[in-house]
Structure formats: structure tokens, C-alpha cells
Design a protein around this ligand. Structure first.
Ligand code: DQA
Length: 149
């Protein structure tokens, strides 16, 4: 079974230090551990990555087309700016879920629009690390259902 790619964009390497009132005190390593545990319970492997570079996310999403069974993507601020990520997700043609730790709809107006949302199966936001776990659960269901269908 191909792994689920869990891809993280800019500034997520700063989790734990960065605006803890919004993002909490847990680090990206903690997020990875929770994703790994959830995926293992569901019989999936994960490939967990972070980059601050938009083009690197684009390349990883392309790679997912043949190497991953699905994508959980927290693109950080690129969510609100990147048509390139939208196009990459369309090209990847694997199940994908957009993830955010914070409830972007409760925050500044510039976070209310996502270029990624129209290119993914669903969006989960505002639930802290649970957002990631729920994304993995959702992807596992979609992938399993696709296999049967
Ligand atoms: C975020 C929300 C984005 O608006 C922000 O730019 C981030 C993190 C989140 O996980 O809540 O970097 O994606």
C-alpha cells in the first residue's frame, strides 16, 4: 500500500514557537507522531514532510500521483495565494484533503479564501492536531472505498 503523503507548507516548522495562542504549543514532530499513530491504527503508512518553498510542495504533489495513495495538505499561507498548488492537486489526481490547525474562517478576511479547496475532496480546519488525524481517517476511507469500487 502506498503511503499517505502529509505535506506541510511555510512556517509550519515553527509550530510550538509560533503564535501559540493560535497554533498551540505542540511541535511539528508532535503532529507527525499523532499522524503516524492514527495512520498505523488504520493500516496505512505516512510520508510526512515540511517545506517553506512553494515549488517544492508542487513537486511533492506531482510525485504523489504515482507514489502516494492520498495527500493531506496543510499549505499554510500558500492556501490563500497559490494557483500553482491548485493546478498541482488537479494534476496529481489522487484523493486529497486540505488541513488547517486554526479555524481560518474565524480569522482575518484574507484567510477566508482557499485556492486549494476546489481541487481537493474536503477541507478540515480549526481542530488543532485533530484536523490532521481527521484528514488521515477521511483519506483512509476514501482510498479504501475507491479500491472496492
Ligand atoms: C494554517 C492557516 C493559514 O492561514 C496560515 O497561513 C498558516 C497555518 C493553519 O494550519 O491553521 O500558516 O494553515
Amino acid at each position: 500500500m502506498k503511503p499517505i503523503y502529509v505535506l506541510n507548507g511555510p512556517n509550519l516548522n515553527m509550530l510550538g514557537l509560533r503564535e501559540p495562542a493560535i497554533y498551540g504549543s505542540e511541535t511539528l514532530k508532535d503532529v507527525e507522531a499523532r499522524c503516524l499513530a492514527r495512520a498505523s491504527e488504520l493500516g496505512f503508512a505516512i510520508d510526512f514532510r515540511q517545506t517553506n518553498i512553494e515549488g517544492e510542495l508542487v513537486s511533492w504533489i506531482h510525485e504523489a500521483r504515482t507514489k502516494a495513495s492520498g495527500i493531506a495538505l496543510n499549505a499554510g499561507a500558500y492556501t490563500h495565494t497559490s494557483i500553482a498548488l491548485h493546478d498541482a492537486l488537479k494534476a496529481a489526481d489522487v484523493p486529497a484533503v486540505e488541513v488547517h490547525l486554526s479555524n481560518v474562517h474565524k480569522r482575518e478576511a484574507f484567510r477566508h479564501h482557499s485556492f486549494i479547496a476546489p481541487a481537493v475532496n474536503g477541507v478540515i480546519c480549526g481542530l488543532g492536531i485533530n484536523s490532521y488525524e481527521l484528514a488521515i481517517s477521511a483519506l483512509a476511507s476514501i482510498i479504501t472505498a475507491n479500491k472496492k469500487g
